[in-house]
Design a protein around this ligand. Structure first.
Ligand code: SF4
Length: 243
């Protein structure tokens, strides 16, 4: 592994964001080495891609904020509020939810604006923002906020919707049990496993595969990366012949 291509995070600042943890709970990249590296190193950045993403994301977030303001005029909205880091299962977790809405009763709703494809782990990501919010409040000696709902707002950013419900890419999960719905017990267990692997001192074993390595941010410089195979696709049609 050529670690010199990556910037090492300073000692004591090894950390993960909710999106990385959430993605690792899904099956989109099951490589423990990629997760471990994400906790300890910064991958090379693509500034052009980031600038384009930022424009789209800001457009979607503004559309979401406008529609929430229209639907809930008595609520307070906080956009891109960095939350205090917390320690979770031996790893430092930090994050900035796109939008937090507080209703007049003080109940909290957490939203994320998404300009890319729908992913099954996006709900886990916003669930982790709730854990961050509650953990930070408790650490500061404040009452833990009641989380009453979550929303994901998908759009390509090229148009404004008339209302939240006008956007077919709007998903809301609300009610007393909302947090358990986005973070059911098996997912909570998987989060603990993910954080334990990320925080271990030994380098974990790589799991190279076409699926894992294709979009891995640490692919350049990874000697374990999947190189493809020259195996021909074997014809097995004879297995369907009746005996
Ligand atoms: S390139 Fe592949 S093997 Fe290397 S860290 Fe990424 S997912 Fe793992």
């Amino acid at each position: 592994m050529n670690f010199s291509l990556f910037t090492k995070k300073a000692s004591g600042y090894e950390c993960l964001g909710p999106s990385t943890v959430a993605e690792a709970t899904s099956f989109s990249n099951s490589c423990d080495l990629a997760l471990w590296k994400a906790a300890k190193y910064k991958p090379p950045t693509d500034d052009k891609f980031l600038a384009q993403w930022r424009i789209k994301h800001t457009a979607v977030l503004n559309d979401l904020a406008l529609n929430l303001k229209n639907k809930y005029p008595s609520s307070e909205l906080d956009l891109e509020l960095p939350l205090q880091s917390i320690n979770l299962c031996g790893m430092k977790l930090f994050g900035t939810p796109d939008l937090i809405r507080k209703n007049p009763e003080g109940k909290i709703f957490i939203y994320d604006a998404k300009s890319g494809k729908k992913r099954d782990w996006h709900l886990v990501q916003i669930g982790l923002y709730a854990i961050l919010l509650q953990g930070a409040a408790r650490a500061a000696g404040k009452r833990m906020p009641t989380i009453e709902g979550f929303g994901l707002y998908y759009s390509n950013g090229s148009k404004s919707y008339e209302s939240l419900d006008d956007n077919p890419g709007y998903i809301a999960i609300e009610g007393d049990d909302a947090l358990n719905k986005v973070l059911p017990d098996p997912i909570r267990q998987k989060i603990k496993d993910v954080l334990t692997i990320a925080g271990q001192s030994d380098i974990p074993k790589a799991k190279p595969s076409s699926n894992n390595c294709r979009f891995c941010k640490f692919k350049d410089g990874c000697t374990e990366a999947y190189k493809g195979t020259n195996n021909e696709v074997i014809d097995s049609s004879d297995l369907l012949l009746s005996k």
